[in-house]
Every structure is written in C-alpha cells, then in structure tokens.
Design a protein around this ligand. Structure first.
Ligand code: LLP
Length: 415
C-alpha cells in the first residue's frame, strides 16, 4: 500500500498531482511520500509491539536527511554502514543509542566516532575487527557493545549480487567459528557482548529463509547461554522484499508474527534492519520523454532520466513498473524506455506497452529504496532533486546539483 494513486487520469503523490510537482521542481526527480514511509514503519512497530524490539532503518536504502528525519520523529533506530551514514543520522535527529553499525570494513576513525557518540551496538564481521574495536575502546577507556554477525549458510533465493548469507559470501562469520569468537570477546576488557545478528540477503519473497536462519542462530544462542555468555538482543537483519511487479512477498506483519512464535518464552530484544520494505514503495522516479525513436526492431522512448540516476535495471536487470503520469488515449506501442547515457545497459525498462508522446512524463515506481543513493554523476550528469510530499505540501529535500558543483573540487595542472 502506498500513496501514489491515479485519481481520474492523473497520478497523484498523496494530495498533489505528479504533473504539478514535476512542473514546480523539474525532471528528473525522486518524489517521496511521507505518509507511505510512516505507514511502512508503523506496520513493523505494530507487529513488534508487546515484545522488546528495535526497528533500525537500513540507511543505505535511502539516506536523504528528510527521509531519515521523518523516521527519526517516529522513534526509529538506524542501521548504518559508514561514518558518513552516522553523521547523516545524527544530523537528521536520530538517537545515537538506537544506532546499529553494520559493515565489514569499519575504519579506526569510524569506530572511534561511533564509540564517542555512544551507539547501541557494533555488528562485528571478523576476528580482526573485534580486536580493533577492543583496542580502540580500551585506549578511550570505554566499553564497546558488540554483536557478532553469523553467516547461517542459508540460501535466500534472491539475486546473487544481493544474497549475503551463503558460505561463499564475504559477510559474517561462519557458524563454526562464531562460538570461539564469542569466547574471545568475553575475555576482552573493551568489549561487552550484547547480541547476535545475521542478514541473509535482500528482496526475499518467502519467509522460509528467515525462519531457517532464526532456528540456526537461536541454537547458537542456547549454546552460548550454556557457557555463560548471555545474548540480550537478536538482530535478524533486513531483506524483506517488496512487490515490484508480480512478486508476492509476505507482508511484514505476517513475517513478524511467525518470527515472534520463535521467541515465545524468550525475553531477548528483537532487532530488525528493514530498508527496502520501508522505503521502496514510498518513492517514485519521474522522468520526461525527450524523443520517441523507431528502429527496425524496436521503439525507444528516450527520457531525461538514466542509469546514473536509477541503476537497478542496468545493474541487476531489475524490473520496476513504469506508468504514465497522465493517462491518455494515444495509440499504444511497446517501448524500451532508455536514457541518454552512452551504454547499452542504460535502460529503465524494456518492452513496456505505453500510450505516450514526446514531452510526456513517466513515473518509475518503487524507486524510494536503492534509487537516489546509488546514483552517480556518470556522463557529467548532475544528480537529481528529491522532493517529499506531505498531504498537499511539497518540500524540496535535496536540491538538484549544478554542473559547476560537479567539477568544483577538480584542478588543472599548473602552467
Ligand atoms: N542490514 C544489512 C546488514 C544489509 O546489508 C542490508 C542491505 C540491509 C540491512 C537492508 O536490506 P533490505 O531490507 O533493504 O533488503 N542495492 C540492492 C540492495 C542491496 C542491499 C544491501 N544490504 C538493490 O537495489 O536491490
């Protein structure tokens, strides 16, 4: 459920027409719906109510300050993977004590900063990282709260680039080594053991991989308990999929209800790190058709948005729905919707039946997660504007870049 709906022939973002928003802010642009973000967050909050929990939005999915601020106001926690994301969360009003620090290459500076501000937990990904965190904590006379990311070796059944819980993936610590790592951690003066975590992949469309992983990790929690190592939070990562097209992922409330059954009689805090399932369907990418072009075999709609703005189709062959912003009775044809970037992989969608003419606006749906955050300046294209809609108000939450900004930090050699 989102708040991008047609009323008559016009696509609306909450109470505003997408046409009016595009006329005001220009194209291409990302448009987010505050009501949708809030609704998706609340679905998790309601499903977890009554059990100790933290909902830590995966900042990598959408790190715009406006988006983070909307979630921070609801009391969200945040899952970060860099010092940059830490700064964003704090700037957006997020509470340090609700931050989880994931990622396998944390630098000394990042660890120090996170310790200084007092984050909730470091999700540790290797023995070497654990030692580094311990050394830094001791030097600063602090105790670092940690969780160990265990690789449960389950197949998430998703795209290989976004599958992370298999033996061959670079993430986490093999289950066979995890207990030893906890034993070592328990002896370290700068470390306090808080939790255990896993994250098996993204865009999962069934509950089984989550439930399998939970069973495996709970077994480990019990083994640790027998050794006197107490785990106070259980972080099941993110990864729940969204319906981009015909997929039918479980609703978050359905997944969480099944998860809660596994925690009957267990007091451990449940931590979740959803990114896509909160942000994807809370955003659209709007682009204008510059030209229509016919080749011998294909019709192309050449639009002003491109792979540098929204790379998921080019990078993963991802399918995202493309709809006209104003429905019309123009003749239908099948188009590849392509951008102006000089790569054959520069497409937003292929073989789409559309009733369109040059000058029309198109909306790529489900673009609120892994959209703007993965954009680049390839072909010296300024990154686009981001706009947040709140009922009938619109707010520019990121200015469109200018070309001058793109090379402001570059220098030519002296004469
Ligand atoms: N926690 C950890 C440790 C993660 O690595 C991720 C995502 C998440 C949480 C959030 O997962 P989500 O709920 O969003 O599935 N760029 C790709 C997705 C990469 C996901 C990376 N990790 C895409 O556009 O499909």
């Amino acid at each position: 459920m989102d708040h991008f709906k047609y009323k008559g022939d016009s696509l609306f973002a909450e109470d505003l027409t997408v046409s009016d928003i595009a006329a005001r802010y220009g194209t291409p642009c990302f448009i987010y719906s505050r009501a949708t973000l809030e609704r998706h967050y609340r679905v998790y909050a309601e499903a977890l109510a009554g059990h100790p929990h933290k909902i830590c939005f995966a900042v990598k999915a959408n790190s715009n300050l406006g988006v983070l601020n909307v979630l921070a106001r609801l009391g969200a926690g945040f899952d970060i993977v860099s010092g940059g994301e830490l700064d964003r969360v704090l700037t957006a009003g997020g509470d340090a004590s609700n931050i989880i620090f994931s990622g396998l290459g944390k630098t000394t500076n990042e660890i120090r900063k996170a310790l200084d501000v007092g984050i909730h937990c470091f999700n540790v990904e290797s023995e070497a990282e654990l030692s580094r965190i311990n050394e830094i904590a001791q030097a600063e006379e602090k105790i670092a709260p940690i969780s160990v990311r265990v690789n449960p070796n389950v197949d998430a059944g998703t795209h290989p680039y976004i599958s992370t819980g298999l033996k061959e993936n670079k993430f986490g610590i093999p289950a066979s080594n995890a207990i030893d790592l906890y034993r070592n951690a328990a002896k370290m003066d700068g470390i306090s053991i808080m939790g255990i975590d896993f994250h098996i992949g993204s865009q999962l469309t069934t509950v089984e991989p989550f439930l399998d992983a939970i069973d495996r990790i709970l077994e480990m929690v019990d083994k640790l308990d027998e050794e006197g190592i107490k785990i106070s939070h259980f972080d099941m990562g993110g990864g729940l999929g969204v319906p981009y097209g015909k997929e039918e992922p479980p609703h978050p409330s359905e997944l969480i209800a099944l998860v809660r059954e596994k925690f009957t009689g267990r007091e451990m805090e449940i931590v979740v790190e959803p990114g896509r399932s909160i942000a994807a369907n809370a955003g659209i990418f709007v682009t204008r058709i510059e030209y229509l072009k016919k080749s011998e075999q294909k019709n192309f709609a050449i639009v002003d948005g491109a792979m540098n703005d929204l790379i998921r189709p080019a990078l993963y062959g991802a399918w995202q729905e493309i709809v006209p912003v104003e429905k019309s009775s123009k003749a239908a044809a099948v188009y590849d919707v392509v951008g102006p970037v000089c790569e054959s992989s520069d497409f937003l969608g292929k073989d789409r039946e559309l009733n369109i003419a040059a000058g029309d606006l198109l909306a790529v749906r489900s673009a609120g997660a892994y959209g703007f955050v993965m954009s680049s300046n390839y072909n010296t294209r300024p990154r686009v504007a981001e706009i947040m809609i709140d009922c009938s108000d619109s707010y520019l939450v990121r200015e469109r870049e200018t070309v001058a900004e793109l090379f402001a930090n570059e220098y030519m050699l002296p004469d």
